[in-house]
Design a protein around this ligand. Structure first.
Ligand code: GLC
Length: 316
């Protein structure tokens, strides 16, 4: 399988965000198409990440049956990735009710994973599971540390060899890594999300209160770059000390920062991650952080180059 203990081969990735993680596919103005998998492969990526809002398509009481239509759509997407030799990371995204009520929603969360693990047991090792996107709110480090081994046990009962990705509380923040307790399992990959400084990457983002006041924030002087290098190095050494591969599962810059500035930040983060031997996954393909423009059916070339071009850190 695509995993060999210390290192993981996720390499360079991109998330198909705002598709199956919208309440319904299309609600966020974006739908998956077969040709997007080809675009990703041809641009030189190794991995796609598929965020899925299972909680909007599953029963509210035991056995929390997941809708067959959603499963069929996910089967299709996984198949499109696998037949192009892309890795695919399947997660649980936007399960807001779980973050609000970790204990109350626990049986349902485990019920979702029971079904997902049973369905994909025996599928190729290029398929990775990611337990939960950005635990937050009442899903504190303590609550999350309680839940991780339970979810892993549900998966392991059905799919013992699957690579499973898990990140820290506080929205997978690097600063929360020291509180993350990892079960003894040699198929775990650690993930963190990187959007620092938020005032730059999320300027004008409508879902961040006050983000309009950040419009015009620039990035790129020596201190800015040093901060990124230090953050990523801290995360890399935390993972290395525990013998775990580290995956920067999301990083990216919202469209309002402007293309040139986004290119500069994206290139620097990507090259720093690669210098440290980390795999990564850009957020995201085709909407408001999009490296690809579905309306023009083409890549935003500066972002495509920042992600998979020959990197010159000094040019970035
Ligand atoms: C997280 C959120 C997603 C958001 C992204 C950038 O993945 O789930 O909705 O667009 O971060 O803020």
């Amino acid at each position: 399988m695509a995993f060999d203990g210390m290192s993981c081969r996720l390499g360079r990735g991109i998330s198909f965000g705002n598709a199956l993680d919208a309440p319904r596919e299309g609600d966020a103005g974006f739908r998956l198409h077969e040709r997007y998998f080809a675009e990703v492969r041809d641009a030189g990526f190794d991995t796609v990440r598929l965020p899925v809002r299972w909680s909007a398509h599953a029963g509210g009481s035991s056995p929390y049956t997941i809708s067959p239509a959603l499963f069929e759509r996910v089967d299709w997407a996984i198949g499109e990735a696998l037949r192009r030799d892309l890795n695919i990371v399947l997660n649980v995204h936007h399960y807001d009710e779980l973050n609000d009520a970790p204990r109350g929603q626990r049986p349902r969360f485990l019920g979702l994973w029971r079904q997902i693990a049973a369905r994909y047991a025996g599928w190729p090792g290029r398929l990775y599971f990611e337990l939960l996107n950005e635990p937050r709110g009442a899903m504190t480090a303590g609550a999350w540390n309680e839940l991780i081994p339970l979810a892993l046990a549900v998966i392991r009962e059905r799919d013992p060899g699957r690579a499973v990705i898990v990140g820290p509380a506080r929205m997978n923040d690097i600063g929360a890594l020291p509180e993350l307790e990892l079960p003894d399992d040699d198929r775990l990959v650690v993930t963190v999300h990187y959007y620092a400084p938020l005032e730059f990457t999320h300027q004008g983002a409508p879902w961040r209160a006050g983000a309009d006041q950040w419009l015009g924030t620039t990035w790129g002087d020596d201190a800015d770059r040093r901060a990124v290098s230090d953050d990523l190095a801290r995360a890399a050494s935390w993972a290395a000390a525990r013998g775990r591969p580290l995956f920067i599962g999301e990083f990216g810059c919202y469209e309002r920062a402007g293309l040139a500035a986004r290119e500069q930040w994206t290139r620097f983060v990507r090259l720093e991650a690669e210098r440290l031997g980390l795999s990564w996954c850009y957020w995201e393909f085709g909407t408001d952080f999009g490296a690809f423009d579905p309306a023009r059916n083409s890549w935003r070339e500066p972002l495509r180059d920042a992600l998979t071009g020959d990197g010159n850190p000094l040019a970035g």
